[in-house]
Ligand binder design. Structure first.
Ligand code: SF4
Length: 66
């Protein structure tokens, strides 16, 4: 079964973006900013079109499993 996930927007090219592929085929984006500041959302609502903490950069290679 194909699961359609919303596009990530800025998270896909932000240094804090972490792609999570679930066992059910869904794709989530976790924000590593949450690790530094727990008041910041761990899973941003997608697509993220504007973000005050966006920093362009390389997203770590390979999807993580959760
Ligand atoms: S800082 Fe903003 S743009 Fe970057 S991963 Fe987190 S929510 Fe997405």
């Amino acid at each position: 079964m194909t699961v359609v996930s919303p596009p990530p927007g800025l998270c896909a090219r932000c240094v804090s973006g972490r792609r999570i592929d679930s066992a059910k085929g869904s794709i989530f984006w976790r924000c590593a900013e949450h690790d530094r500041d727990p008041s910041w959302p761990k899973y941003p609502r997608l697509p993220v079109l504007r973000c005050s903490r966006f920093v362009a950069g390389e997203v770590p290679a390979g999807p993580a499993q959760e």
